[in-house]
Design a protein around this ligand. Structure first.
Ligand SMILES: O=C(O)[C@@H](CO)OP(=O)(O)O
Length: 250
């Protein structure tokens, strides 16, 4: 098949921990009620735009899987093939997993908080394997061995996500399939950084809203032919602003 190729990125709907304003990372929390509504609406938006996915790629985290299921049910595409990979997981938030974002900002100050949250190459402290928020003993990651992260910065996410983009997503795009990738705020920031050529400094400003499909048309080189388009731009702008403000939430 020849270009343009169609790629749809979808961050999971609001999770219970997004709702409670907690750092989540690899902790496997589910969608909130609002999140299930957002996920189903994402499917309606896809259907209304006549963007019917032929193949789905998700992370191994339940909130992304639930989101894809709900969206594909609305779009009547539950039957499409699925591949899941830890490489699409949220950024591992290390020792911040399970902590309240506003309390963390109050305790460490805004500068340190933003460094951990949005700098490109400063990872949070390592999470100990004995923590209740650790994934060291989670069977879904049993084959990862030394690849299992205990903290990650966005640079680490780019480095573990891009090989999957090349090996698994790119061939589906080149085969002419409409590809849906259902993932997370920071794994999608990593992918958008690659696609839009955003600098290490400027990526700090990018926030991805929950539950709104972001559509790219890609050329032969699998780079965008134009800017990505949210299917509901107004809701996307409001959602991104809400994500940006999470440290200030009471
Ligand atoms: O907590 C997290 O895992 C992420 C996404 O919800 O948060 P942040 O936007 O602060 O990187």
């Amino acid at each position: 098949m020849s270009a343009p190729y169609t790629l749809v990125l979808l961050r999971h709907g609001q999770s219970t921990w997004n709702q409670q304003n907690l750092f989540t990372g690899w902790v496997d929390v589910r969608l909130s009620e609002q999140g299930t509504t957002e996920a189903a609406r994402a499917g309606v938006l896809l259907k209304d735009a006549d963007l019917l996915p032929d193949v789905l790629h998700t992370s191994l985290l339940s909130r992304a899987i639930q989101t894809a299921n709900l969206a594909l049910e609305e779009a009547d595409r539950m039957w499409i093939p699925v591949k899941r990979s830890w490489r699409l997981n949220e950024r591992h938030y290390g020792g911040l997993q399970g902590l309240d974002k506003a309390a963390t900002q109050a305790k460490f100050g805004q500068e340190q908080f933003m460094l951990w949250r949005r700098s490109y190459d400063t990872p949070p402290p390592v999470l100990d394997d004995s923590s209740e928020f650790s994934q060291a003993h989670d069977p879904r990651y049993a084959d990862l061995g030394p690849d299992l992260p205990r903290t990650e910065c966005l640079k680490d996410v780019v480095e573990r996500m891009l090989p999957y983009w090349q090996s698994d997503i790119a061939p589906d795009l080149r085969a002419g399939k409409t590809v849906l990738v259902t993932a997370h705020g920071n794994s999608l920031r990593a992918l958008v950084k690659h696609l839009d050529g955003i600098s290490d400094a400027d990526i700090a400003e990018l926030n991805i809203p929950t539950g709104i499909p972001l559509v790219y048309q890609l050329g032969e080189d699998l780079m965008p032919l134009g800017p990505g388009q949210y299917l509901d731009p107004e809701a996307a702008a409001a959602g991104a602003a809400a994500v940006a403000a999470q440290g200030n939430k009471k």
